[in-house]
Design a protein around this ligand. Structure first.
Ligand code: NAD
Length: 257
């Protein structure tokens, strides 16, 4: 028996590093997946790669902007039309901004909050009726170690990530009587294609990044997206039946630095 056999999971940001790794792991563990991302070409590539390497994987990709409130209903309708149920919601889509707060523009605030926080709230709201019917519904919200360790220069992102923690705990409280568990995972430094592209501009290769010692966490290294996908898998699975309103720090020990 695989750990997500019979379950249907929605994963947002599914074309990105952590989302794609989570989708692959979920497919290996028997889930049928609605894979959501705004980046249609990369979504298509991730969908084909997973279906090619995981025999029997069932994936229903959906290219949509989760920053629009109406996307939440469309995603849930897509999941129900294709698979007839929803058991797991992984809110993972995220964008970054690098404006110090004394220069932070309203336009950037609105964008960050709509994708990184409001999309989590709207998609949860629209998926809740189906998650309640599941009987073992689970929401896993992807926050960040920087929800707790904010730094200079990414105040908008860090504030949205802190908001996700609050949203997670409130929703866990509100849904406990309906059998829906709500938890968060806080990744730390995780080596995704986004970071590989970002550092390529500085002349560093992926191998350089993997080899170098970082001072961001006590492990002194980047995490692989699959290492972050495992705690997400566990929280989504029935093995985590006692877990709700919890936050797992998947950050190599950043907070004890
Ligand atoms: P990523 O940039 O590789 O992936 C994010 C995905 O979200 C992308 O595929 C992107 O196209 C998608 N997306 C962005 N805006 C969207 C929108 N409006 N509608 C639909 N999809 C949209 O990022 P990642 O590193 O895999 O991060 C995944 C999550 O983990 C994010 O929430 C991120 O904030 C969080 N996180 C990542 C790290 C890290 O070091 N990689 C650290 C802490 C937290």
């Amino acid at each position: 028996m695989a750990r997500l056999d019979g379950k249907v999971a929605i994963i947002t940001g599914g074309a990105g590093g952590i989302g794609a790794a989570t989708a692959r792991l979920f497919a290996e563990e028997g889930a049928r997946i609605v894979l959501v991302d705004i980046d249609a070409p990369t979504l298509e590539t991730v969908d084909s790669e997973i279906r090619a390497s995981v025999p029997g994987a069932e994936i229903a990709p959906l290219a949509i902007d989760v920053g629009q409130e109406s996307a939440a209903r469309a995603i849930v309708d897509h999941a129900l039309a294709r698979f007839g149920r929803i058991d797991v919601l992984v809110n993972n889509a995220g964008i970054r901004s690098y404006e110090p707060l004394d220069q932070a523009r309203a336009e950037t605030w609105a964008k960050i909050l709509s994708v990184n926080l409001l999309s989590y709230a709207y998609l949860a709201r629209e998926a809740l009726p189906a998650l309640r019917r599941s009987g073992k519904g689970a929401i896993v919200n992807i926050s960040s170690t920087h929800a707790y360790n904010p730094r200079g220069g990414m105040g908008q992102y860090d504030a949205a990530k802190a908001g996700i923690i609050s949203l997670t705990k409130t929703l866990a409280f509100e849904e406990v009587g309906n059998g829906v568990r709500v938890n968060a995972v806080c990744p730390g430094l995780t080596l995704t294609p986004f970071h590989v592209r970002r550092f390529a501009a500085e002349g560093k290769t992926e191998q350089d990044l993997r080899a170098e010692k970082t001072n961001h966490n006590i492990q002194g290294r980047w995490a692989d997206p699959r290492e972050v996908a495992y705690p997400i898998l566990w929280l989504a699975s029935d093995e985590a039946s006692v877990m709700t309103a919890s936050v797992i720090m998947a950050d190599g020990g950043t907070r004890v630095l």
